[in-house]
Design a protein around this ligand. Structure first.
Ligand code: NCD
Ligand code: ZN
Length: 347
C-alpha cells in the first residue's frame, strides 16, 4: 500500500472564491496547494467585461498570502448581449483565459446568464476563431426537464450541436455528474473536456437525501445515483486526458445554506486535494492521480503543467468544522468538517 505520493502541483480548473471578506477567508486554502485556478465569474454583479476581470484579479492578488505564487485565471461571464470584441480584447491582452456560460437561473448567481442561445452564436464563432475555450454549466433549465436529467438534456440540445457547428471551439463541460456526461465527453474528446468535483466522486443522492436532508450536499448539478458516481470514479481514475480536476469549491454563509430556499454549492477547498487522493487510493489508482490533478487540465487549455510539486502522506487529521469570515455572524462550513481525513499535504 502506497502511503506517500508526490505530484506536480495541481491546478483547480473550477473555483469560486467570491469577493470581499469571503475571498480573504477562502482563497488561502486554494493558494497553498494549487498552482493556478479558473476563477468563476458569478459574482453579484458578474464579471462581464475586461475591466471587471482586471479589478477582480487585483482583489484576488491582494488577498493572497505573502509570497504566494498562485495564479488566478480569469473568466468572462457570458450573457445574451456579450460583445465578441470584448471577449477578443480580453483574451488577446491575457486577462480572459476562458468564457463561462451559465444558463439563466441554473445555479447560484446565474440570473444574468444566457436566455437566448441564438444570440450568443456570434460570440461562439469569434471564440472558435481566436482559440478561447467555452466553459459550460451544462444543465438545461427548461421547467419540463427533471432536475436529474438537466445534464443529459443539455448535451443533446446544446453541446452536441455546438460541437458540430463550431468544430474548432474547445469546450469544458463543468462538474459532470452523470454516466451520460462521462460517455458523451469521451466520445467528443479532445474537443470536449470535463471537470469532476470531489463530492460527485464521493456521494450519491441517497447520501444526500436518504437519511435526513443534508443541505451541505446540495449543489448544482445535483448529486445523482450510485451508478453515476461509479462512472465518474472510473472516468477520473482512467487517466483519460479529457477528465481533470475542478473542485467547484463554492463557500456560502451558513444563513444562505440553511435558508428556506437554500443556496447550491459547497466549500471543499480546505480538503480537496486530500479527498481526491482518497478517491484514487480507494480505487487503487494512485498512479493515475497526477494525470487528473496536474497534467490533463493544462493540456486541454494549451498550457504547460506546473514545475513545482506537492507531497501527500497517509496520515489522518480532523477537518475543522468551519471558517470565520470577517463581519457580523459570518461563517462558512467546510465539506467533511469534523471528520477524519486520511491524507495530508506534507510539502
Ligand atoms: C456554485 C456557486 O455557489 O457559485 N454552486 C454550485 O452548486 N455548484 C455555482 C455553480 O458552479 O453551479
Ligand atoms: Zn461552480
Amino acid at each position: 500500500m502506497t502511503d506517500r505520493i508526490t505530484l506536480r502541483k495541481p491546478d483547480d480548473w473550477h473555483l469560486h472564491v467570491r469577493d470581499g471578506a469571503m475571498l480573504k477567508a477562502s482563497l488561502p486554502f486554494t493558494a497553498r496547494n494549487f498552482g493556478r485556478a479558473i476563477i468563476m465569474p458569478n459574482l453579484l454583479p458578474p464579471v462581464m467585461t475586461v475591466k471587471d476581470a482586471i479589478g477582480y484579479r487585483e482583489r484576488i492578488e491582494r488577498a493572497l498570502p505573502d509570497g504566494s505564487t498562485f495564479e488566478p485565471l480569469m473568466t468572462c461571464y457570458l450573457h445574451d448581449l456579450t460583445d465578441p470584441d470584448e471577449v477578443e480584447a480580453g483574451f488577446r491582452n491575457g486577462v480572459f483565459t476562458a468564457v463561462k456560460l451559465y444558463p439563466a437561473n441554473a445555479t447560484t448567481n446565474s440570473a444574468a446568464g444566457v436566455t437566448d442561445y441564438a444570440k450568443i452564436r456570434p460570440v461562439l464563432a469569434r471564440m472558435e476563431k481566436i482559440g478561447i475555450p467555452l466553459l459550460m454549466h451544462g444543465e438545461e433549465v427548461d421547467p419540463e426537464v427533471d432536475v436529474f436529467d438537466r445534464e443529459a438534456v443539455w448535451i443533446e440540445r446544446r453541446l452536441r450541436p455546438w460541437a458540430k457547428d463550431f468544430p474548432g471551439l474547445k469546450f469544458v463541460l463543468e462538474h459532470i455528474s452523470s454516466k451520460i456526461g462521462v460517455d458523451y465527453v469521451r466520445s467528443a474528446a479532445p474537443q470536449v473536456g470535463a471537470t469532476i468535483t470531489p463530492y460527485h466522486l464521493t456521494h450519491n443522492r441517497t447520501d444526500w437525501l436518504g437519511w435526513g436532508n443534508r443541505p451541505y450536499l446540495y449543489c448544482m448539478p445535483v448529486i445523482k445515483t450510485e451508478a453515476d458516481r461509479l462512472a465518474l470514479v472510473e472516468a477520473a481514475t482512467s487517466g483519460d486526458a479529457c477528465f481533470f480536476l475542478g473542485t467547484d469549491s463554492a463557500p456560502h454563509p451558513v444563513a444562505r445554506k440553511l435558508a428556506v430556499v437554500g443556496s447550491a454549492g459547497l466549500f471543499n477547498s480546505p480538503v480537496a486535494i486530500e479527498q481526491y487522493t482518497r478517491v484514487f487510493a480507494d480505487a487503487d489508482a494512485l498512479d493515475k492521480l497526477e494525470a487528473f490533478t496536474s497534467l490533463n487540465g493544462p493540456r486541454h487549455y494549451g498550457l504547460q503543467p506546473n514545475t513545482a510539486t506537492i507531497t501527500l502522506e497517509r496520515s489522518p487529521w480532523t477537518v475543522p468544522e468551519q471558517i470565520d469570515i470577517d463581519g457580523p455572524d459570518e461563517r462558512a462550513l467546510i465539506y467533511r468538517g469534523g471528520e477524519q481525513i486520511e491524507w495530508r499535504v506534507v510539502s
